[in-house]
Design a protein. Sequence first.
Length: 159
Amino acid sequence: MKVAIGVLEENLEQVSDLLHILLADEMVLYTKTRGYYWNFEGANFYCVHLLLESQSNELSKIVDSIAKRIKQLGYSATASMEAYLKSSRLSESPPEGMNNATQWKTLVDDHETIIRILRNDILKCGIFMDLVSANFITGLVERHEQMVWMLRATLTIEK
């Protein structure tokens, strides 16, 4: 059924495309965070373990909310790891062979990359006259800024 929410259909398609790429980025970051959570060992294990678990859970909620927003716009949400890896602007970084500092830096860098992407996507949604999606993405910026702050604060302890 066609979605009639006051945004041109071609604009909805553009926003959906933008959200699909964002979904791929978030899935890569979620998987990376979960992998680091499973494999972390070292100083402050318990605190780091809890932080990474909390962030994995938060990223899972973000992934779910993006998929639901895509559905609200009238499109199907991608559900394929192959498609995520092909579309994502983030690279895979399995924890095997990486030290804790490298894993940590990777997570900080990825969150900061997503924040920059999200800020640009907010502007694009405004151009496409989808202010609800712009507001939705603004909320994602806040969540990522919170997560990267926690990572940076914990990284200071780990040095």
